[in-house]
Ligand binder design. Structure first.
Ligand code: SAM
Length: 215
């Protein structure tokens, strides 16, 4: 029987390293965060598979590669403040906690937030602040952020969220229709300058709330 550490090492080698994830800090974070603890009902083979994993309430913990891609493109620095929109299982939150200084994570399903908070406490993660509510408006009270990451697909990134970026900050979001999106990186180059880059196609669960989808 392979141990969780062995499953993670294989996941990193076959799904991340082999597909062009080169950021050593991102790869190390994936090796150290116990993904199986965030996929409670899944066997080790399922928890480390090349796909999203069901976490209940119609939600998933995202595919390892998709998370790694976003984290790499966000260019997180160890002193950064990062906002995560959509805590889900807390898996990506745990990865972020190793890559940045302070994490702010918003989740709209209170039961998911409670489980994620419990897991992170058990793992001794202490640099995360949580909010139960609508993350589609960001978290104005904790802005500015060096990095903003959407864990759910958005029809658009509203100005109210873009303006929560620090100058030089990076925002990563799947933007498009409910069925298909492009991963977009928006940088805040100046007070009113927000150049955008399309990084490629992706598929995420839909964002809810004021700037998401209602059905
Ligand atoms: N990255 C997460 C992980 O590691 O488990 C997976 C996140 S899951 C794909 C997307 C999450 O976004 C869901 O938990 C969903 O409830 C949450 N979500 C959707 N719309 C939201 C909103 N407006 N505000 C906060 N969370 C939202």
């Amino acid at each position: 029987m392979d141990t969780p550490e062995e499953w993670r090492a294989r996941m990193v080698a076959e799904q991340l390293d082999a597909r062009g994830i080169t950021d050593a800090r991102v790869l190390d974070a994936f090796r150290s965060v116990p993904r199986h603890l965030f996929c409670p009902a899944a066997e080790l083979s399922v928890a480390h598979g090349d796909h999203p994993v069901d976490i209940g309430h119609g939600q998933t913990v995202s595919q390892p590669y998709m998370i790694a891609w976003m984290l790499q493109e966000a260019r997180l620095g160890s002193g950064n403040r990062a906002l995560e929109i959509g805590t889900g299982s807390g898996y990506q939150t745990a990865l972020l906690s190793r890559l940045a200084h302070r994490i702010f994570s918003v989740e709209c399903i209170p039961e998911l937030l409670a489980s994620a908070r419990g897991r992170l406490e058990e793992l001794g993660v202490a640099n995360v602040e949580f909010l139960a509510g609508d993350g589609s408006v960001g978290w104005p009270g904790r802005a500015p952020f060096d990095v903003i990451i959407y864990s759910a697909a958005a029809p658009e990134v509203p100005d109210v969220v873009k303006r929560q970026l620090a100058i030089g900050g990076r925002l990563l979001a799947p933007v498009g229709s409910r069925m298909r999106q492009n991963l977009v990186r928006i940088e805040r180059a100046g007070e009113k300058e927000f150049p955008e880059q399309n990084l490629g196609g992706c598929i995420f669960v839909p964002l809810r709330g004021a700037f998401g989808w209602s059905d």
